[in-house]
Ligand binder design. Structure first.
Ligand SMILES: Nc1nc2c(ncn2[C@@H]2O[C@H](COP(=O)(O)OP(=O)(O)OP(=O)(O)O)[C@@H](O)[C@H]2O)c(=O)[nH]1
Ligand SMILES: [Mg+2]
Length: 322
């Protein structure tokens, strides 16, 4: 699937499949609610319950529904269309590119190689897997990929990344457990420059002795990148586990606040009924979601498209013959 460069039928379909649990268990009820023709108080109440239940966030839900209400929909299908527009607007408002690689208009000049991508996020969110997947996609795109084993804190993190490198055949720069992650990043970028790699993916720890240590460490890694390539990392990707809901969101806030995140990857969308978290990310972080994890394999990553996502969630009336 084309991962970089926008929407495709294949990507829409993968997202749609990954959303099936969210749709079945929660939003499926909404589609049912739109079955009637009248806009009743019961319909508004149910919508509120459904959106909050899917982790869209209380504030976001109330705001969206207020906006739709103000537009005075007369029939249930008008309401559905307006809700789709308002939900899409939230995602689009956060969609402006902040990094130098993703979501840019076609024809935008690309940064010099190697491109540097720093991967951050809470432990267990799927960072190392994300590196495997991005490496896979970039290699399919004809790029030479280098990864840096910057999580030197968790036992087995280095081996886990090396295993991905062996399996998919990309290079991994690593030092021993406990090594300075900034030094690992420094080595990896130097090696990539010397050997002509196109992309450097830098793994980081999700947990240290405490949050401040972790944020300091990320700052140090960033400084090293800035010393090597003056422009700094081209993207700082926050990896966020959809199934952790509002709780995961508040944990990720520390990264969004201090790691100068430019893009979000929402993982495990396939394993959750809480896909509404996308709206909370957009509204509360103001960050663009660029990719969604749709399964367990390396190819299970889809580009995120606001319109395709909302159409899939609310059911496409045209497709349903409504
Ligand atoms: N179903 C599903 N599982 C996923 C997805 N992404 C990651 N996982 C699983 O989530 C688990 C944790 O992934 P890791 O990549 O090790 O997470 P991490 O953020 O590197 O974790 P730490 O190194 O402990 O900070 C693994 O079992 C992955 O297979 C996804 O999109 N869907
Ligand atoms: Mg990891």
């Amino acid at each position: 699937m084309r991962l970089f460069g926008g929407r495709s039928k294949e990507a829409d379909q993968a997202t749609d499949e990954a959303l099936s649990r969210t749709k079945r268990s929660i939003f499926g009820r909404v589609a049912g609610l739109f079955g009637g023709t009248d806009v009743t108080e019961e319909l508004w109440d149910s919508l509120e319950e459904v959106l909050i239940g899917a982790d869209a966030g209380v504030q976001t839900t109330l705001e969206v529904l207020d906006r739709v209400r103000a537009r005075k929909p007369r029939r249930a299908d008008d309401l559905r269309a307006m809700l789709a527009e308002e939900l899409t607007a939230i995602l689009v408002a956060a969609d402006a590119p902040r990094g130098r690689l993703w979501g840019l208009p076609e024809g935008t000049a690309q940064p010099d190689r190697p491109w540097i991508i720093l991967i951050v996020g809470v432990n267990g969110s799927g960072k190392t897997t994300a590196i495997g997947r991005l490496a896979f996609a970039y290699m399919e795109d004809g790029k030479r990929v280098m990864a840096a084993a910057g999580d030197t804190f968790r036992a087995a993190a280095i081996e886990q990344l090396q295993e991905w490198g062996r399996r998919l055949a990309f290079d991994v720069v690593a030092q021993g457990p406990g090594a300075d992650p900034a030094a690992v990043a420094f080595d990896a970028i130097g090696a990539a420059q010397a050997r002509g790699h196109d992309v450097v993916l830098i793994d980081t720890a999700g947990r240290l002795q405490n949050k401040q240590n972790l944020m300091d460490e990320l700052t140090k890694v960033r400084r090293v990148i800035e010393r090597h390539v003056e422009r700094g990392p081209d993207e700082v990707l926050l990896v966020l586990d959809a199934s952790t809901g509002q709780n995961g969101l508040s944990q990720a806030k520390a990264f969004a606040d201090s790691a100068q995140v430019t893009s979000v990857m929402l993982t495990k969308l396939d394993g959750t009924a809480k896909g509404g978290i996308v709206f909370a990310i957009a509204r509360e972080f103001g960050l663009p979601v660029r990719f969604v994890g749709t399964g367990q394999r390396e190819g299970d990553l889809a580009p995120f498209d606001p319109r395709g996502f909302v159409a899939s969630l609310l059911g496409d009336p045209a497709a349903a013959g409504a």
